[in-house]
Design a protein around this ligand. Sequence first.
Ligand code: GLV
Ligand code: MN
Ligand code: MN
Length: 436
Amino acid sequence: MTRRELLTSMPLLAVSHAARAGPQLEIRAARLRQQIESLSAHGRPSGGSFSDGVSRIGYSDADIAGRKYVLSLVEAARLKARIDAAGNIFVRKPGTNAALSPVLFGSHIDSVPNGGNFDGDLGSLAAIEVLRVLGENGIVTRRPLEAVVWSCEEATFNGNTLNGSRAAAGKLRPGELEGVSRGLTLSESMRRIGGDPARLDETQLRSGAFHAYLELHIEQGGTLDKEGTSIGIVEGIVALDHYDAVITGMANHAGTTPMADRQDALLAAAQLTLAVREVVTQQPGPQVGTVGHLDVEPNASNVVPGRVRLSIDLRDLSTEKLRRLGEAIRARAAAIGAQTKTQIVLTQTQHAEPALASSEVKAVIQRAAAQLQLSHRSLPSGAVHDAQVMATVGPMGMIFVPSVGGISHSPQEVTSWEDCMRGANVLLQSVLALAA
Ligand code: GLV
Ligand code: MN
Ligand code: MN
C-alpha cells in the first residue's frame, strides 16, 4: 500500500472539521523546535549555548522563568492556563461534549542539574503545540483536550520524584509537604510557583478525571537509536525505591587521628556504595541501583568525615524484587556500620509503583505510528515518569522517540528534530483518535 493509499484508507475522525483532521494535519515542526530552543535559555549555564544543556531544578528561579515562557505560549495559542494546587499547569481546549472527560497529555519542564534540553521539554511543548495547531485549523474534538506541564518531576529538589503529579493524584506521603529542601518546605515551594497546597484535597485527580493520559518523551536509553526505530510504545514503567542513608561517624583531625581509631563516615559511605552495586548485580536481571548523591560533612581536606548522607535509587519492574534488594542492602549497611564504628540509618523515602500502559491506549499509539508510516516497537521504560502516577488514576500510554546514543540527564542529551516532529505528530494523531 502506498503512503497515499494508506492515508486515504484512514477512518475519518469524529471532529467537527473532519475533512482536515487526518494525518495530513501536522504539528508545526519549525515552531516546536524554536520553542524547545527558547525554553532552553531558562536555566542555561551563563555564557553557554543550547548544547550546554540546562539546570532547571523544580521550583527554582530558572523553573519559574521557564514556566512563564510556557504560559506565554499558551497565550499565543489563544488558550487559558489554570494552575492547580500543586503548581501544575493545565491548559484546556473544550470539546463539543462538555460532559465527557478530557484526554490529558503532557510532561514536565524541570530538569536535573546539568540536564538536557529534551527530557520533559519535548512532551510539554509538543502538548501545547497540539492544542495550538488544532485551534489554528478550527478543529474541535468531541472530548475536551487538556495539556499539562507537571511541576518538579525530577528527584533533584528534595530527593523525591514526581512531586507535582503525585500531589495532584493525592499520593504525597504524610509529612512530605513539610519536608525542607533548598531552604523551603515543599508547601512553600508549591506556593512559590502559584500553587495552593491547602487545596490539594479539593483539586485531587480521582478515578475518571480523564479518559486517557498520554505522554510523549525521549527514550533516555539506546534501544530505538541502536535499531533505527522511530517510535517506542511503552509497555510499562519500572518501580522505584528511594532510600536516604545517614552515616554518622566522628569528625576528627586528619593529621593526628590514627587510622585504627577513626570513625570515618565517608569510608563507610564508600563501602555502602560498593555494597549497593554488589547486591544489585548478585542476581541476573535488568534491576539497577545507583548511589548518585552524597553530602559530606564537614567536607574539608584535613578533617576525617564525620557525617555523610547519601541516596540509593533502586529500579525494577518487580516491586517484590526491589523490596528484597532493599532488605539485603539494609543488612550490608548494618555490617558496614559495625565494621567502621559508624552508625548507619537507612530510611526509605519513596516507593513509586510500576505501571503498565493500557492496551487500548497502546493500540491507539500503534495505529497512529502505522498510519504515519513510522517504524515502531514496544519497550519498557527504565526512567520514571509522571505517566506512572497517572496510571493510578486512569488509562495511560507513552510515546518514546530515540535518544541519540542513549544519553540523557546530561547536556549531551539529543533527539533529532525529525524525531521530535515524528513523536509530536504521533501524539497529535493519538490525541485525535482518543478524543473522537
Ligand atoms: C526521572 O527522570 C528519572 O527516571 O529519574
Ligand atoms: Mn529526567
Ligand atoms: Mn522526564
